[in-house]
Design a protein around this ligand. Structure first.
Ligand code: F6P
Length: 369
């Protein structure tokens, strides 16, 4: 028989996504309505690992007042970080070299000494891998899937994705008119490190003429041919949408900064390099727009807000029902949960047979292959 829950904590890790605050609000209220106290950990786990950084405490009790009116706000009131995984925490040695240490026991000790019974951890693949490790060490943990990239396995969607796709689509609508007026090629780069969901969905909804995603190695001659084909048919402008992680058919991708201890690699620059290449190969004036972190900001759409509220409440219900080591997930029958070990370390790529991709092909969109 597991000990009844009286106090839980919630944290947000990795890149922010619209809807995080709605999850926090939902977790707090659902816990409060069960008579539980709810605490917020600042900046991933930094509130526990570096309490001296926070004058108001690295872990603070969340009240009804604190979460009132935050559901429609982007970002996260708790702060977040995508540096310093507690399982592989980078420390600089006296000789200047960087070594990884496992600081996860400090987190377990914190929960035990402060009598916090469980954790709701909201994050992407990295954060859910940490959550799974903490669960295996004995902490009661439920994960909530988050990423604008929509690349987490075992959930139909993550909150933040719809907001990002909506904004990118609106940007494409705006770029069509200026591109057409100037008869230019407009190359638009969006986020999507390992999966092309944002580019695929926004590109089809926003009528891009070519969409380049990490899952399909591209050949710029094919994109050039598409632009020429459009010219021959009387359309003197083209929109090329590229995911930051798109790679040429020879495997080349643009990396801004390689992965280092405690930090994933940073991508970016593929839009610029494709823009230069297409200007040369087509002889057309070309402009490049990088949407980047704009896709992570703003208010969550009603779809994302509802998904976030459903995920937060479902996480609390899962803890109440005695579950641990699970992630709440959206399937065809609604929100349920799956084992964290089934999710951690698994990226959900765009399947080559999916109907959205087929739709793009049927509409004559070039995917660079
Ligand atoms: O949230 C995932 C993501 O949006 C990726 O597509 C992108 O590569 C990454 O975040 C960038 O994160 P940051 O600039 O915060 O390191």
């Amino acid at each position: 028989m597991t000990k009844p829950i009286k106090r839980i904590a919630v944290n947000t890790g990795g890149g922010d996504a619209p809807g995080l605050n709605a999850v926090i609000q939902s977790v707090m209220i659902a816990a409060h309505n069960r008579g539980w106290d709810c605490f917020g950990i600042r900046d991933g786990f930094n509130g526990i690992l570096f309490p001296e950084r926070y004058s108001e405490g690295g872990v603070a009790r969340l009240t009804r007042e604190r979460v009132r009116g935050i559901g429609h706000l982007g970002g996260t009131i708790l702060g977040t970080t995508n540096k310093g995984n507690p399982l592989h925490f980078p420390i600089t040695m006296p000789d200047g070299t960087v070594r990884e240490v496992d600081r996860s026991d400090e987190i377990l000790t914190y929960f035990a000494t402060h009598e916090i019974d469980a954790l709701v951890s909201i994050g992407g693949d990295g954060s859910l891998t940490i959550a799974n490790a903490l669960h295996q060490k004995g902490l009661r943990v439920v994960g909530v899937p988050k990423t604008i990239d929509n690349d987490l396995d075992k959930t139909f969607t993550t909150f933040g994705f719809d907001t990002a796709v909506g904004f990118a689509t609106e940007c494409l609508d705006r770029l069509h008119t200026t591109a057409e007026s100037h008869q230019r090629v407009m190359v638009v780069e969006v986020m999507g490190r390992y999966a092309g969901w944002i580019a695929l969905h926004a590109g089809i909804a926003g009528n891009a003429h070519a969409i380049l995603i990490p899952e399909i190695g591209f050949d710029l001659e094919k994109v050039t041919a598409k632009i020429r084909e459009r010219e021959a048919a009387g359309s003197q402008y083209s929109i090329v949408l590229v995911a930051e992680g798109a790679q040429a058919k020879d495997g080349h991708r643009e990396v801004l900064a390689p992965a280092e201890v405690g930090h994933a690699e940073r991508l970016g620059g593929i839009g610029e390099s494709i823009g230069h290449a297409l200007a040369r190969s087509t002889g057309k004036e070309t402009r490049v727009v990088v949407l980047g972190h704009l896709l992570r900001g703003g208010s969550p759409t009603s779809f994302d807000r509802l998904a976030a509220l459903r995920f937060g409440a479902a996480a609390v219900r899962a803890l109440d029902a005695g579950h641990s080591g699970v992630m709440v997930s959206l399937g065809s029958d609604g929100v349920s949960h799956v084992g964290l070990e089934e999710v951690a370390g698994h990226i959900r790529n765009v399947p080559m047979g999916c109907d959205t991709l087929q739709t793009g092909r049927d509409l004559g969109i070039c995917f660079g292959d």
